[in-house]
Structures are given as structure tokens and as C-alpha cells.
Design a protein around this ligand. Structure first.
Ligand code: SAM
Length: 193
């Protein structure tokens, strides 16, 4: 699998615009659909560092009994790690066709087709009902729109682990400091339904 360094431009952006760019613009009299489309455009690919991905999965206590979903799965690294290292079944939801295809190629290359799949889909419309663990690396505002969908679709005991951006209106069971292999500090927000 490609590492972050192989996406130099994206890697450069990883800690700067994505993290600092909080989109407050909304269509004046726009529909919810317009707002979600705008938000989607504001969330571009910034891969979670490997060490942080591992800490997210550990914090969520993921295991072979779990069905893991990564909403906005990028290059697919977290679902693949969930299956390879933790034995979970995993699904990635990713709108970008190229990223989705890249992730699917990796699944075939690693012989994980029975356990991992990627769907080129909008996470605002995705069916999440069989998820027991969900990960997010999005913006707070995006999490705000996903919150009601997660609340209505996830079963009791499901965990949501969000990197750096909380889910507005939800109370985190834990806020966990985490450090990447490049010594960058992050915060993990762990929620339990
Ligand atoms: C910050 S990246 C996180 C990638 C991956 N989860 C990780 O942590 O390495 C967010 C991803 O969400 C995707 N995305 C943005 N809006 C989306 C939407 N509405 N539905 C599905 N994917 C979306 C982007 O294409 C991008 O790949």
C-alpha cells in the first residue's frame, strides 16, 4: 500500500488546510442537499498516519466479531488494517472513484476480498446499520450532519472513533491523546452508543 509520503501534495496539506479550514459558508436559502454537497467538497483526502490508525482501532477495542466502517475511507488503509491486524470485517465508504479503485486493488492484492470491501458511495446516504465500529476523519461540521444518521442506524454498544474532530452534541466516553510516527499530536474521540 502507498504510504502518506507517496502522496506528497496531499501529505503537505494533511496538517494545514484540512485541519484549519472550517467551512462556515452555506447556501443562503439552500437545501440540505446543497449544504451536504458543499461539505463534501471541503473534505479532501488526507491519510491518517499508520500509527494513529492503529491507535484508533485499539481504542475502539475492535476484534474479529466487529464490522468496521470507515466513512470517507481514502486509500483504504484503516479498513485494511482493521482486517489484517485485528481480524475484523470492514467496509470503506469513499466518494472518490480513483481512491476507491486503489483501495479495491489493495484488497485483491492482499487476499482480503472475503473480509474487506469498498463502496464508492456518499456517506451521507450510506446504510450503516450493520456497523459495530465506525471511524471518522472528517470535519466537526461534517460530523454534525452525520451524527443523527449514526445515532439512528447504529446498534447499542457500537463505537465511533473520530480523529481530531468531535461529533457535536455527543459526549465522548474518552478523549485520548495520540502521537504519530512523525511525532505529531492528535486527539481521538471515542463514543459508545
Ligand atoms: C481526510 S480523508 C480520510 C481518509 C481515511 N479515512 C483516512 O483516515 O486515512 C476524508 C475522505 O473522505 C472522502 N469524502 C468526502 N466527502 C465524502 C462523502 N460525502 N462520501 C464519501 N466520502 C467522502 C474524501 O474523498 C476523503 O478521501
Amino acid at each position: 500500500m502507498k504510504c502518506a509520503a507517496e502522496y506528497p501534495r496531499l501529505y503537505f496539506f494533511m496538517r494545514i488546510p484540512f485541519f484549519s479550514r472550517i467551512i462556515s459558508r452555506r447556501t443562503e436559502a439552500g437545501s440540505l442537499e446543497d449544504t451536504l454537497a458543499q461539505l463534501t467538497q471541503s473534505v479532501f483526502f488526507a491519510p491518517t498516519p499508520w500509527a494513529i490508525a492503529r491507535q484508533m482501532l485499539e481504542a475502539a477495542e475492535i476484534g474479529p466479531q466487529d464490522m468496521f466502517y470507515d466513512l470517507g475511507s481514502g486509500d483504504g488503509r484503516i479498513p485494511i488494517m482493521a482486517a489484517q491486524e485485528f481480524g475484523a470485517r470492514a467496509v470503506g465508504i469513499e466518494l472518490d472513484e480513483k481512491l476507491c479503485r486503489h483501495a479495491q486493488d489493495k484488497v485483491r492484492e492482499y487476499g482480503l476480498v472475503e473480509r474487506v470491501s469498498f463502496r464508492q458511495e456518499d456517506f451521507f446516504k450510506a446504510d450503516l446499520r450493520d456497523a459495530t465500529v465506525v471511524s471518522l476523519y472528517l470535519l466537526t461540521q461534517v460530523n454534525g450532519y452525520l451524527g443523527p444518521r449514526l445515532a439512528s442506524q447504529l446498534g447499542k454498544g457500537a463505537r465511533v472513533i473520530s480523529l481530531d474532530y468531535p461529533v457535536p452534541g455527543w459526549r465522548a466516553e474518552k478523549e485520548i491523546p495520540a502521537r504519530s510516527e512523525g511525532n505529531v499530536d492528535y486527539t481521538l474521540y471515542l463514543y459508545r452508543r
